[in-house]
Write a protein that binds this ligand. Structure first.
Ligand SMILES: Cc1cc2nc3c(=O)[nH]c(=O)nc-3n(C[C@H](O)[C@H](O)[C@H](O)COP(=O)(O)O)c2cc1C
Length: 231
């Protein structure tokens, strides 16, 4: 993996030919609000026992680049969401660990209220999150992983549910997070909080995580090209 490091509003890719510097634009307010508000609705749906067939707000398509083969890109869905500000991380980790220890002793279903109350607190406002980044977990170490080792510049394409289909292209530089990093632990523990819910494919382990440093965001939401007929 090429070494990637962020310094304030810049992210640096260290490569054999030198250091490539990119500006971190960060996520716009509308994207942050979309992420937080959609999750609030999601938690209410989980509380009501609804089956979550798809949650595009958290499952963008990840586009990575390759030099192998005729086509220079690779795609695949990826869980990628907001990451808390550094000053809030430790207290969130403490609450998440405490909750998961308690739930070990209780039946999973009985612990739902407890698990939801913690995640609802974390997602209570956009200010809890660092707008410079998104985070995700690696599972399969397949082509996307290999490509990001060669070229950490990626695109995440998000699409929300209809009829609005809010859509965003988020161009990022990927930094690998080892398991001891507290941002990895946040991503891992929040995943474990819902590991046994029906909408997840159970995964025994996540070897590492990613921070996607946000450099460009494009709103790709479709709009009608005709006037809607009045009814
Ligand atoms: C809804 C959905 C969510 C997924 N989330 C992740 C994820 O968070 N992390 C991951 O490594 N793979 C995830 N995958 C699997 C990847 O999309 C893909 O199958 C895997 O990376 C292998 O493809 P690759 O060889 O092109 O990398 C997800 C797949 C789907 C359909």
């Amino acid at each position: 993996m090429r070494k990637v490091r962020a310094k304030g509003k810049q992210v640096e890719v260290i490569q054999s030919g030198g250091v490539r510097k990119l500006e971190i634009s960060g996520l716009p307010k509308d994207f942050m609000e979309w992420q937080v508000e959609s999750r609030k609705e999601l938690f209410n749906r989980i509380e009501r026992g609804e089956f979550i067939a798809m949650f595009g707000v958290h499952l963008p398509v990840l586009v990575t680049l390759t030099q192998e083969g005729a086509f220079p890109f690779n795609t695949g869905n990826r869980g990628a969401g907001l990451v808390p500000k550094a000053e809030r991380l430790e207290s969130y980790l403490h609450s998440l660990r405490e909750c998961l220890t308690r739930t070990k002793e209780n039946p999973w279903k009985e612990s739902l209220r407890d698990r939801l109350s913690i995640i609802k607190e974390i997602y209570s406002k956009t200010e809890n999150f660092d707008e410079r980044m998104l985070g995700g977990l690696e599972i399969f170490e397949g082509k996307a992983y290999k490509n990001m080792q060669e070229n950490p510049l990626v695109s995440l394409h998000y699409t929300g549910p209809g009829p609005t289909y809010l859509s965003y292209q988020v161009n990022c530089v990927t930094e690998v997070l080892p398991a001891e990093d507290s941002r990895y632990q946040f991503l891992h523990l929040t995943r474990r909080l819902f590991e046994h819910e029906r909408f997840h494919i159970p995964q025994p382990e996540f070897p590492f995580g990613y921070i996607f440093w946000v450099c460009e965001v494009y709103n790709k939401t479709p709009r009608t090209k005709v006037k809607r007929p009045s009814t």
